[in-house]
Design a protein around this ligand. Structure first.
Ligand SMILES: *[C@@H]1O[C@H](CO)[C@@H](O)[C@H](O)[C@H]1NC(C)=O
Ligand SMILES: *[C@@H]1O[C@H](CO)[C@@H](O)[C@H](O)[C@H]1NC(C)=O
Ligand SMILES: *[C@@H]1O[C@H](CO)[C@@H](O)[C@H](O)[C@H]1NC(C)=O
Ligand SMILES: *[C@@H]1O[C@H](CO)[C@@H](O)[C@H](O)[C@H]1NC(C)=O
Ligand SMILES: *[C@@H]1O[C@H](CO)[C@@H](O)[C@H](O)[C@H]1NC(C)=O
Ligand SMILES: *[C@@H]1O[C@H](CO)[C@@H](O)[C@H](O)[C@H]1NC(C)=O
Ligand SMILES: *[C@@H]1O[C@H](CO)[C@@H](O)[C@H](O)[C@H]1NC(C)=O
Length: 449
C-alpha cells in the first residue's frame, strides 16, 4: 500500500489558502421565491447568484468532506477510491446526477457564473472555464466576497486532477462502474465500490483528454500567478495569488501537453483507448484541445513557439470548419477569442490581432443577427439542434460568456453594444425573463419558435 494512499485516510485538510467566511455564505432560501433586483454595485442579486453557483460545486464533492462543508445533506463518500489500483483518487467532483468522475468534461454544473464563465460540465473543461473567467473578471469574485469559495472550489478540482496524473505518462480519465453508471440512484453512503479506474497512457493515448487537462492546468496557473491579459479591458484576476501553486499547476500542464502531442501511441480521441468513457462523453476530436492547451501554455510561459503551434493546429485540424458550438467537447469558438486576447496582450508572439478579431466577429455577428450557427427560439434563447437538446441552456450561456468576454475587443462601438446586449439577453432569459416567467431546470426543453 502506498504512502500517498495512507495519507488520504487522514482527515481532509482544508485545502483553501484563503479563510472561508464565517458564518458561511449560503444560497437564499428557495421559499422566499424570486426577488426583484435592487440594483447597486455590486448588485447583491448577482453576488448571491455567483455564490449559489459555487455552492453547487460543494454539493457535487466526492471524498472526505472538509470541516467547512456547507452542504448539510452531503456525507463523506468513496474515501477509498483508487486503493485497489494504488493511486489515491479520493476527492474531486461527481458528474451530473450520477456518481461517475469524468476527467474530460468533469462534473456538470449550473450553466454560468456571473460575471465570469459559462459551462455546465466540470473537470478539465469546467476548471479551465472557471479559471479563464476568474482571470478576466476576478473583480466580480472579489466584490461578491466569493474569492475564498472560488479558491476552495478550484483546489477541490485541481488537487484531484493532480492525483489523477500520478506520473507524466498516465492520466485517469474515468471512474465509474460500467454497470452502475447512471443507474445507481441511491445515497452517497452506499455507492458501489471499488470501481474500475480507466487511464490513458503513452501507449494508449487520449490526446483530447490530455490536452484538455493541460489547458485546465495552464489556465488555472495563469489565474494563481495573476497573469491576466493585462492591457485589454478586463479587471484584475481574482485575489488568490499563489506562485508556488501556480508553478505546480504549470508543471502538470506542460507534462500533459507533451503526453498529448508526443504519446508513443500517436494522437487519438480518448474513447479510442477507453471505450467505456466514450459511452457517456465521447469526444469529437482533439485539434481544438491541442490549440487551447498550446494557447494557455503560451501565455503562461511567454512562448511564441507554443503560440505558433496553436495556429498550426487551427490550420492542420481545419478547426474553422467546426466553428459552431462552445461546450465541453467543442472549444473552437473560444479559440478566436483567446487568440485575440493573447495577440492584444503580447504582439511579440507574431500573431495578427485583427485577423483573429475578424474571425471572432464573423462568428458573433452571425449569432446576434440570428444567422447561425444556432438559431433563436421564440423567447430568444440561442439553440443548437443536437447540442442543446439535452442541455438547453449550456450552449446559449457559453455563447454569452464568449460574447461578453470578446465585446471589449470589438472593432466598433456598435458591435460592442450588440455583443454585450445579446449576452445579457441570454442570462436574463435563464433567470426568468421569458414567456414562462421562470427559471429553467437543466433538462426542460423550451418551446420551439
Ligand atoms: C500556496 O499554495 C500551496 C499549495 O497548495 C500551499 O501549501 C501554501 O500554503 C499556499 N501559500 C499561501 C501563502 O497561501
Ligand atoms: C463583502 O464584505 C464586505 C466586508 O465585510 C462587506 O462590506 C460587503 O457588503 C460584502 N459584500 C457582499 C456582496 O457580500
Ligand atoms: C505511472 O502510474 C501508473 C498508475 O499508478 C503506473 O501503473 C505506472 O507504472 C506508472 N508509470 C511510471 C513510468 O511510473
Ligand atoms: C447523508 O447521510 C444522511 C444520514 O446520516 C442521510 O439521511 C442522507 O440521505 C445522506 N445523503 C445522501 C446524499 O445520501
Ligand atoms: C515532442 O517531441 C519532439 C521531438 O522529440 C520535441 O522536439 C518536442 O519538444 C516535443 N513536444 C513536447 C510538447 O513535448
Ligand atoms: C498591448 O500592449 C502592447 C505592448 O505594450 C501594445 O503594443 C499594444 O498596442 C497593446 N494593445 C492594446 C489593445 O492596448
Ligand atoms: C493582419 O491582418 C490584416 C488582415 O486581417 C492585414 O490587413 C494586416 O496587414 C495584417 N498585419 C500584419 C502585421 O501582418
Amino acid at each position: 500500500m502506498r504512502v500517498s494512499y495512507l495519507l488520504s485516510l487522514l482527515p481532509a485538510l482544508v485545502a483553501a489558502q484563503l479563510p472561508l467566511p464565517n458564518p458561511p455564505f449560503l444560497p437564499p432560501d428557495i421559499a422566499s421565491g424570486a426577488q426583484t433586483s435592487s440594483g447597486g454595485f455590486p448588485n447583491p442579486k448577482w453576488s448571491s447568484l455567483l455564490g449559489t453557483l459555487l455552492y453547487f460545486y460543494d454539493e457535487q464533492r466526492s471524498g472526505t468532506l472538509p470541516s467547512t462543508n456547507r452542504v448539510p445533506w452531503r456525507n463523506d463518500s468513496l474515501i477509498l477510491e483508487g486503493r485497489d489500483v494504488g493511486i489515491d483518487l479520493s476527492g474531486g467532483f461527481y458528474d451530473a446526477g450520477d456518481f461517475s468522475k469524468d476527467t474530460f468534461p468533469l462534473v456538470r454544473t449550473i450553466p454560468f457564473t456571473i460575471p465570469s464563465n459559462a459551462q455546465r460540465k466540470m473537470q478539465s473543461f469546467a476548471l479551465m472555464s472557471i479559471c479563464w473567467g476568474a482571470t478576466d473578471f476576478g473583480q466580480g469574485y472579489d466584490l461578491a466576497n466569493q474569492t475564498a469559495y472560488l479558491d476552495d472550489t478550484l483546489r477541490w478540482g485541481l488537487d484531484w486532477l493532480i492525483k489523477a496524473h500520478p506520473n507524466d505518462t498516465t492520466l485517469v480519465v474515468f471512474i465509474a462502474s460500467a454497470d452502475e453508471q447512471n443507474t445507481y440512484w441511491g445515497g452517497d453512503r452506499s455507492i458501489p465500490s471499488p470501481r474500475p479506474v480507466y487511464t490513458i497512457t503513452n501507449a494508449n493515448p487520449g490526446t483530447d483528454a490530455a490536452a484538455g487537462a493541460a489547458a485546465a492546468f495552464a489556465a488555472c496557473s495563469n489565474l494563481y500567478a495573476g497573469r491576466g491579459f493585462s492591457n485589454s479591458s478586463y479587471s484584475a484576476p481574482a485575489s488568490l495569488r499563489n506562485d508556488s501553486y501556480a508553478n505546480t499547476l504549470l508543471t502538470h500542464g506542460q507534462q500533459l501537453y507533451s503526453l498529448a502531442v508526443n504519446a508513443t501511441g500517436g494522437r487519438k480521441t480518448y474513447q479510442t483507448s477507453v471505450p467505456q468513457a466514450g459511452a457517456a462523453y465521447a469526444s469529437s476530436g482533439y485539434g481544438d484541445e491541442l490549440a487551447v492547451a498550446a494557447l494557455f501554455l503560451s501565455w503562461a510561459t511567454g512562448s511564441a513557439t507554443l503560440y505558433q503551434e496553436a495556429e498550426a493546429y487551427y490550420t492542420r485540424y481545419k478547426l474553422a470548419d467546426s466553428n459552431r458550438v462552445f461546450n465541453w467537447d467543442s472549444k473552437t469558438p473560444g479559440l478566436a477569442v483567446l487568440f485575440s486576447q493573447i495577440n492584444q496582450g503580447s504582439p511579440s508572439f507574431g500573431g495578427n490581432f485583427s485577423t483573429w478579431r475578424d474571425t471572432a466577429e464573423d462568428f458573433f455577428d452571425g449569432i446576434v443577427n440570428n444567422k447561425g450557427p444556432g438559431y433563436l427560439l421564440q423567447d430568444s434563447l440561442l439553440f443548437y439542434d443536437g447540442d442543446s437538446d439535452d442541455a438547453s441552456l449550456n450552449p446559449a450561456l457559453n455563447a454569452a460568456m464568449l460574447l461578453r468576454r470578446f465585446a471589449p475587443m470589438a472593432s466598433s462601438v456598435d458591435k460592442r453594444v450588440a455583443y454585450t446586449d445579446f449576452a445579457k439577453s441570454q442570462v436574463d432569459y435563464v433567470l426568468g425573463k421569458n414567456s414562462m416567467n421562470g427559471m429553467f431546470p437543466l433538462y426542460r426543453f423550451p418551446p420551439r419558435g
